[in-house]
Design a protein around this ligand. Structure first.
Ligand code: PEP
Length: 241
């Protein structure tokens, strides 16, 4: 079971207290916990989490190892800063940063090649869901963005309309989508759910078949709300990975 926090563009030095509080907590062996702060906090977050089971991840990367790419950060740089995980193809990167299935596939391939865990995000918009196209959209995103390598790969199903809205699909919808993703990616790839995961809904979501964890945005910013999700996960056993 994997619980991964995505801080997005939140957090300055004082937020490291939240990382320290998560790092100081205890959770069962079958649960892995990570926080992905902004680039500026990566190295300090990794130091704060050193000697704990909390892993630190990044929210994006450039596909090239180095070069003339002003403002970008490579996979090797993330590793150097102490990250072990990187989120790839988040819908906010697709919307704000021109991320495509092709670029997400290239980034995931580059991340896995240096030994990072890559969390590849897919998910339909509200309009696509309303048209009845959710499964076709997610299948096409996976077909276009899955790297060839599977070792170190995770997929996060994040319906765009559920991100930051407090709305989630029905549990039956989540179960159906995760079963379809599992069929497409194979047995060894953990499939996380993301989109308005909270202490209140985590246990229900995480006990579904083929839901191997959660990618958590807003509720990961404070240790108390994040650890409540970790606690919910602690009673749930993943069936992949
Ligand atoms: C996210 O953006 O990855 C996310 C899951 O956000 P939230 O939990 O805030 O919906």
């Amino acid at each position: 079971m994997y619980i991964v926090g995505n801080w997005k563009m939140h957090g300055t030095g004082e937020s490291l207290a939240e990382i320290a509080a998560v790092a100081a907590a205890r959770w069962p062996e079958h649960v892995s916990v990570a926080v992905c702060p902004p680039f500026t906090l990566l190295e300090r977050a990794a130091r704060t989490a050193a000697d704990s089971r909390l892993q630190i991840g990044a929210q994006d990367m450039h596909v090239a190892p180095h070069g003339a790419h002003t403002g970008e950060v490579s996979a090797a740089m993330l590793l150097d800063a102490g990250a072990t995980i990187v989120i790839i193809g988040h819908s906010e990167r697709r919307a704000d940063g021109g991320e495509t299935d092709d670029s997400a596939r290239a980034k995931a391939t580059a991340a896995l090649a240096v030994g990072l865990t890559a969390i590849l995000c897919v998910g339909e918009t509200g309009a696509e869901r309303d048209r009845g196209d959710a499964h076709a959209v997610v299948a096409a995103q996976l077909a276009g963005s899955l790297p060839e390598a599977r070792r170190g790969l995770m997929v996060a199903y994040e319906p765009v309309w559920a991100i930051g809205t407090g709305r989630i699909p029905t549990l039956a919808d989540v179960a159906g989508m995760h079963a379809a993703i599992r069929a497409q990616v194979g047995a060894g790839v953990p499939v996380l759910y993301g989109g308005s995961v909270s202490a209140g809904n985590a246990a229900g979501l995480l006990s579904l078949g083929h839901v191997d964890g959660a990618l958590v945005g807003g509720a990961s910013l404070k240790a108390a709300s994040f650890l409540a999700i970790v606690e919910a996960a602690s009673g749930c056993v993943a069936d992949a990975a």
